[in-house]
Design a protein around this ligand. Structure first.
Ligand code: CP
Length: 358
């Protein structure tokens, strides 16, 4: 199995590695000209099986600003995926052309599946409703640049906390810094998954769930708004029941602290009223730009192989066990070995992190 510095899950690396990356991003932001030839002669492959504006273009811009070049697709229908090529073959081929591969895919665990056989480092640019680690790096960089610290913050996450991979990754990351608390605001149907709550409890991190944003907004140092993710719902009807559940507007902002920071991974639909954009606490457009600097730092770090390559598979193969998550890549790409962690009657899928009872 490959020993590249893949980034599949931010938690495969320690906080000290993240902090080094954040410091490098700060240096790049301060003196971009010093890094303009740092990746000369290097090629990045961007495979976007799912739409994207920020992640795709900030990665591409990051590589171009480092002096490298890019190949790839932003619509699988224009590649041989449309002819039925499987994930393994497409990613194996592109990873043989490129020095670093960035991939977004709608199916959970797909990027790790690609990394298993890739011939270059692979970066997860979002795998279904699972993880989006470079968004989290973007969020960490935004917070350190805007608030000056990553500790002692009360962070409100609001909206689609069930399907919002950005929220899952952010909670996992910020729970590694001292004295952070979480207030998780969602409807019952869109509550954060059990494994995230278990992780918070196991780490001794304080959190509470709330149904009303009005009731808790005054407690927050950071409000992380998220979109209700229509594409993850089983039907239009189910989506409509949740649409518009939370809308941040001027009236709500009046109840917030004067230095509360509003973040949103974007794109937004209607969950932040346009009138909030002019509020100096709204930092979501700056956040998208910070994403370019942290991705420059990440590309440089990965290409220099700066860090200990994480083990992609920590458990073992269970040939006769199926992952309980219907959205897991193992149900789409049937050749994949069924890797799980754990030895008792509960196994955790190595691709999508969902638990399966055996
Ligand atoms: N935040 C984010 O992932 O945006 P895109 O879907 O536009 O990449």
């Amino acid at each position: 199995m490959s020993e590249f510095l893949h980034l599949i899950d931010l938690n495969d690396y320690n906080v000290s590695w993240w902090n080094t990356l954040l410091r490098l991003a700060h240096e790049i932001r301060t003196s971009p000209e010093e890094y303009s030839k740092a990746c000369e002669g290097k090629i990045m492959g961007t495979l976007f099986y799912e739409p994207s504006t920020r992640t795709q273009m900030s990665f591409q811009t990051a590589m171009l600003r480092l002096g490298g070049t890019i190949i790839g697709f932003d619509n699988p229908a224009t590649s041989s995926v449309a002819k039925g090529e499987n994930l393994k073959d497409t990613t194996k081929i592109v990873s043989g052309y490129a020095d670093i591969m960035v991939m977004r895919h709608p199916v959970e665990g797909s990027v790790k599946a690609a990394a298993l056989t890739a011939e270059c480092p692979v970066i997860n640019a979002g795998d279904g409703g699972h993880l989006h680690p470079t968004q989290t790096l973007t969020d960490l960089f935004t917070l350190i640049e805007e608030k000056g610290r990553l500790e002692g913050l009360t962070i409100g996450c609001c909206g689609d906390l069930k399907n919002g991979r950005t929220v899952h990754s952010l909670i996992k990351a910020m729970s590694c810094y001292k004295d952070n608390k979480f207030i998780l605001v969602s409807t019952e149907e869109l509550a954060v998954p059990a494994y995230i709550k278990d992780m918070l409890s196991a780490a001794g991190v304080e959190y509470k769930e709330a149904r009303s944003l009005d009731d808790v907004i005054g407690e927050l140092d950071v409000l992380y708004m998220t979109r209700i993710q229509q594409e993850r719902f089983a039907s239009e009807e189910e989506y409509k029941k949740q649409k518009g559940a939370y809308i941040l507007d001027k009236a709500k902002m009046k109840k917030a602290k004067s230095d509360m920071t509003v973040l949103h991974p974007l794109p937004r639909v209607d969950e932040i009223a346009i009138e909030v954009d002019d509020d100096e606490r709204a930092k979501y457009f700056e956040q998208a730009k910070y994403g370019m600097y942290i991705r420059m730092a990440l590309i440089l770090t990965v290409l220099k192989n700066n860090g200990k390559p994480p083990k992609l598979i920590k458990g073992r193969e269970h040939k006769n066990v199926e992952c309980s998550n219907p959205a897991c890549i193992t149900h789409r790409e049937l050749y994949l070995p069924h890797y799980f962690e754990g030895n008792s009657d509960i196994l955790t899928c190595e691709y999508c992190d969902k638990r399966t009872l055996i």
